[in-house]
Design a protein around this ligand. Structure first.
Ligand SMILES: Cc1cc2nc3c(=O)[nH]c(=O)nc-3n(C[C@H](O)[C@H](O)[C@H](O)COP(=O)(O)OP(=O)(O)OC[C@H]3O[C@@H](n4cnc5c(N)ncnc54)[C@H](O)[C@@H]3O)c2cc1C
Length: 420
């Protein structure tokens, strides 16, 4: 088939790879000059099959209204808020109910575990290596942090996800550069999680997809998916549309705007986060892999010669506006755990990114009800974790094969009242 992919973030690139590997003729359209310039640019890099659904844990929504930046609730509402963001928050609150959380968590986990397998499979076939390390640990500053986690840990036990509750001393053995003076009552260690550089991987996979015949057209904004002629893309500065047998929408936070004229109203909204990345002058002072401060919901990861600190989840607000408080928190948490790990005097990269998020925390994967239009979008806080599995599932569906995992609840059918 002749297939167009809209968007060259991690989701679009991995989808291009899988479809090209299946023998399709693939063209990827991207408005920027390169791969992974938006949400996939400087994320934490945690491939955390085990730690999914942090925004949806039961009880989380009940804490709205406090100062969420200083509490350990990860989602923060900032002004101004569009009506669509308010609607998103209402749906998110309902997804935090225990029954909904349990179902969504199980679906997400299944996709995440599959995705990690696919990441390993695809990586093994690549010509280049990328920065990666094994394991990921949740750091608990207080017994209260430990109590907060119990519900999520029970869910992981039920789903047979391997993890170890370790003492503070054992945590310091796993990550010897952890600052000895910062209070630590223990940690949860996930041996099967990993940390890997998402954008670096995307660049390598683009190369592999091109070797398989995929074409990438950069600086090419798609203005519309034609509502009248199925399979046709309208491209800026081109008089006539381009016709394909299938189109896969992987346009991140722009996906909702591209679907609306087709009568599909998806509640996919930008949820903003921040990262700072700094050069590591002395590797012995840096994390070996990745940790997450459970109280502040801030991740510190090692990506080759750089340490990256990431956190915050804001709904509403403006893309260009940097919240000094949120950035300050990243520096504080780095100073608490790995004070000498990064060179902070110069060359620090500060980044604000927008994850394309659905209020129930699950992506939208599969056919769209519009002939020839397929969806792979809305992966929220876990897009890197879910990318390789989502791409394979979608390629199977397009090719008419049964995917390796059960896709119930991952498609449009769960969004009653939003499709046309
Ligand atoms: C601070 C932060 C930390 C994170 N940490 C992690 C983590 O540790 N682990 C994890 O799994 N996930 C993490 N994530 C989430 C992850 O980064 C995202 O879910 C993922 O990058 C989304 O990928 P995407 O391809 O859907 O979107 P994007 O990367 O945004 O790609 C969409 C692409 O579509 C293009 N596009 C849009 N509209 C058009 C158009 N009209 N024409 C042409 N091109 C178009 C855009 O230019 C863009 O390149 C984090 C996110 C943030 C913000």
């Amino acid at each position: 088939m002749n297939i167009a992919i809209l968007g060259a973030g991690i989701i679009g690139v991995t989808t291009a790879y899988e479809l090209a590997a299946d023998g399709h003729a693939v063209t990827v359209f991207e408005r920027h000059t390169s791969i992974g310039e938006e949400a996939s640019f400087a994320n934490a890099g945690i491939v955390a099959a085990a730690c999914m659904g942090p925004w949806m844990a039961p009880g989380t929504a009940g804490k709205l209204g406090r100062n969420l930046l200083t509490s350990n609730v990860p989602l923060r509402m900032t002004r101004p808020m569009a009506a669509a963001d308010l609607g998103w928050v209402r749906r998110w609150v309902s997804a935090c109910r225990s029954d909904a959380f349990a179902t969504n968590h199980a679906r997400l986990l299944q996709l995440a575990l599959y995705s990690q397998q696919r990441l390993r499979h695809v990586s093994a076939n690549l010509a280049y290596t990328f920065d990666r390390s094994d394991g990921h640990m949740l750091l608990l500053r207080t017994e209260k942090d430990r109590r907060h986690l119990q519900h999520s840990l029970d869910a992981l036990r039920e789903l047979a996800v391997p993890f170890h509750e370790v003492s503070a001393a054992e945590a310091r053995q796993l990550e010897p550069a952890l600052h000895p003076h910062t209070p630590l009552v223990g940690a949860i260690y996930f041996p099967q999680d990993e940390v890997a550089n998402c954008r670096q991987f995307a660049i390598i996979v683009r190369d592999a997809a091109e070797q398989l015949g995929a074409r990438f057209e950069f600086n090419t904004p798609v203005t519309a998916i034609d509502p009248v002629e199925p399979g046709t893309l309208r491209i800026a500065n081109e008089a006539s549309g381009r016709r394909f047998d299938a189109i896969v929408l992987c346009a991140g936070t722009q996906s909702g705007a591209l679907l609306a004229p087709l009568g599909l109203r998806l509640p996919v909204r930008p949820v903003y986060g921040y990262s700072i990345s700094a050069h590591i002058p002395e590797p012995l002072n840096a994390p070996r892999s990745g940790v997450m401060d459970e109280h502040y919901k801030v991740a510190i990861t090692r990506l080759g010669q750089r340490v990256r600190v990431s956190g915050s989840a804001e709904i509403g607000g403006r893309p260009g506006h940097l919240d000094e408080g949120a950035i300050h928190k990243l520096y504080k948490v780095l100073a608490d755990w790995f004070p000498a790990s990064g060179r902070l005097s110069r060359g620090v990269q500060v980044w604000k990114g927008a994850s394309p998020a659905m209020p129930d925390g699950l992506p939208v994967l599969g056919p769209s009800r519009i002939p020839g239009l397929w969806l792979n979008l809305g992966h929220g806080a876990s897009g890197w974790t879910l990318a390789c599995g989502s791409a394979r599932v979608l390629a199977d569906q397009i090719g008419g094969q049964a995917p390796d995992i059960d896709t119930e609840g991952l498609g449009l059918e769960r969004l009653k009242g939003h499709g046309r």
